[in-house]
Design a protein around this ligand. Structure first.
Ligand code: ADP
Ligand code: NI
Length: 224
């Protein structure tokens, strides 16, 4: 499967977009640095080849999916799709490609345990899988604590139990400790994967997180 990655050429617009995003996101310490984008891009490519999806749409959406995260734009959900569209139009991208990519960027993010995903296109489901795979496993654990530190959150607080968020608004305004994030999002992701390959990868990453949490609480309680 990996040989497929090497054989598939990278489209010039994809290459320009990667360079643009790399420059824009350099040095971010909130979990949205260039290497997050790079991992999502490579995983999305791998899934797209396996699923025979439109590679250019998948790659562009993977590269642009966090271009302006709502968490850093006062909750403005429209900023990312707007910037993605402006970039693609400035590059003379095919209007159908632009429409598809912007539609994906609009819908990709997780909005709470009780909020269903609406992603009507295979290309978008692939980008969503790739993005969510990067939120779990060893890298996901690292990113969660990096984000928690960035946002000034406690690592864990036994007095603040995890919550279930039934609206995007409730999810967006939460402020609990980082361990809660595992119960509010990360442990739910394996059952929300769309593609068979992502489901397989998620199962192993999920198991690692469960092992980590078991160990965390035993150490917390001085039992290990
Ligand atoms: P993604 O880029 O995967 O869509 P987000 O934008 O939701 O993810 O968040 C970026 C990273 O920060 C992810 O690894 C996510 O799990 C983590 N993160 C987001 N919110 C929290 C939180 N409240 N506590 C800890 N980690 C968080
Ligand atoms: Ni992301």
């Amino acid at each position: 499967m990996t040989s497929g990655l090497l054989e598939e050429p990278v489209h010039p617009l994809v290459e320009r977009t990667a360079a643009h995003i790399r420059e824009k996101m350099a040095g971010d310490s909130s979990g949205h640095d260039w290497w997050h984008i790079h991992r999502v891009w490579m995983m999305a490519r791998r899934l797209a080849i396996e699923e025979r999806a439109d590679l250019v749409v998948v790659e562009l959406a993977a590269l642009l999916h966090d271009i302006a995260d709502w968490k850093f734009h006062n909750g403005d959900l429209g900023e990312g799709p707007r910037q993605a569209r402006a970039w693609l139009e400035s590059q003379g991208a095919d209007p159908d490609v632009t429409t598809a990519v912007v539609g994906i960027v609009e819908r990709v993010s997780f909005k709470g345990a009780g909020v269903a995903d609406e992603m009507p296109w295979l290309e978008g489901r692939i980008v969503q899988d790739a993005d969510r795979l990067d939120a779990i496993g060893a890298v996901g654990i690292g990113r969660a604590f990096a984000y928690g530190g960035h946002a000034g959150r406690l690592m864990y607080d036994p007095d603040q139990p995890p919550e279930r968020h039934d609206s995007a608004e409730a999810y967006r305004t939460r402020s609990g400790p980082t361990i809660n994030h595992f119960y509010e999002k990360l442990l739910l992701l394996k059952d929300r994967m769309h593609t068979p390959a992502a489901r397989r990868i998620a199962a192993e990453r999920h198991e690692l997180m469960e092992g980590f949490l078991g160990r965390f609480f035993r150490e917390w309680n001085g039992e290990a």
